[in-house]
Design a protein around this ligand. Structure first.
Ligand SMILES: O=C(O)CCC(=O)C(=O)O
Ligand SMILES: [Fe+2]
Length: 269
């Protein structure tokens, strides 16, 4: 089945019909008025080519660090299916690394916080009601510029700590296969709930718990990030209760600040 496509959807409707119902959706006009040109290979290469980027395999295992220009010339300019994937994350833990925060800062005038997505109140990152918190300027878990050549893939997984993911497609096409939450799907017997192709200008929501597998049908450029809305606190607290030693909780804690200890103490009670 194809994922439902909507346009011109307000924040309340997005929240009540999709996010809080845990329903995948594609917002077909999600990137209207963004300057897509600035996120095409030509501009990125010219502007950031000499910077060191994080190169991953088809999951989240870091393989190497080399320049963006090296990635483009090795994989965008040549035929064949690529096995490597640039996931250029902004800072998500207190550690010196090749983060993309400066890239996001210098690109922030070319895109916007999606019009359908509330900025607050949020649980992860922790943002109080009424506070402006645009993803163009602020840290969100796993906010990343994703650059991937044809054939590159993110194998089947669900995202950490019951968080939702947003994926904005600037350039190229991505095939997506989704399985509903529950136990890890058996690929030989279970059929996916949705199969679709994300096109430039479209934004997809992978709600918490959904398994997804993504393959680049062409060279591709996207931006992604994760979040937990404050109305989804129960799901997050359950996760902390059930997986107190999960290593991803370090990342959640980084974006929760002091609120993480408050939640931890309720789960220990
Ligand atoms: O390759 C993609 O765009 C999917 C990325 C993804 O699912 C993730 O980063 O969690
Ligand atoms: Fe994911």
């Amino acid at each position: 089945m194809k994922i439902q496509r909507v346009a011109n959807i307000d924040q309340h409707e997005f929240l009540s019909k999709f996010l809080l119902k845990n329903q995948p959706v594609i917002i077909a006009d999600g990137m209207q008025s963004w300057d897509m040109e600035k996120f095409r290979p030509g501009h990125l290469r010219k502007t950031f080519g000499d910077q060191l980027v994080q190169v991953y395999n088809d999951l989240f295992d870091l393989q190497d660090v080399y320049t963006l220009e090296q990635y483009f010339s090795e994989y965008f300019d040549k035929d064949g299916d690529c096995k490597y994937y640039v996931r250029w994350y902004s800072k998500l833990k207190d550690k010196e690394f090749f983060w993309s925060d400066e890239v996001f800062a210098s690109m922030n005038q070319y895109w916007q916080h999606p019009y359908f997505l509330p900025e607050s109140p949020m649980l992860v990152p922790y943002v109080k009601e009424g506070e402006p918190y645009p993803v163009t300027d602020k840290g969100y878990p796993y906010r990343g510029l994703f650059i991937s050549a044809k054939g590159a893939r993110t194998r089947l997984h669900k995202d950490p700590f019951n968080s939702n993911a947003i994926l904005c497609q600037f350039y190229g096409e991505k095939e997506m296969i989704l399985y509903s939450p529950g136990k890890f799907p058996d690929l030989s017997t279970d059929s996916p709930a949705f199969e679709d192709v994300l096109m430039p200008g479209e934004i997809v929501l992978f709600p918490a718990g959904w398994f997804h597998d993504v393959t680049c049908l062409s060279n591709s450029i996207s931006i992604t990030w994760n979040f937990v809305h404050s109305d989804e606190k129960d799901g997050f607290v359950d996760f902390v209760k059930e997986h107190p030693d999960d290593d991803q909780l370090e990342i959640a804690a980084y974006f929760l600040g002091g609120e993480f200890h408050t939640i931890k103490s309720t789960t220990n009670a």
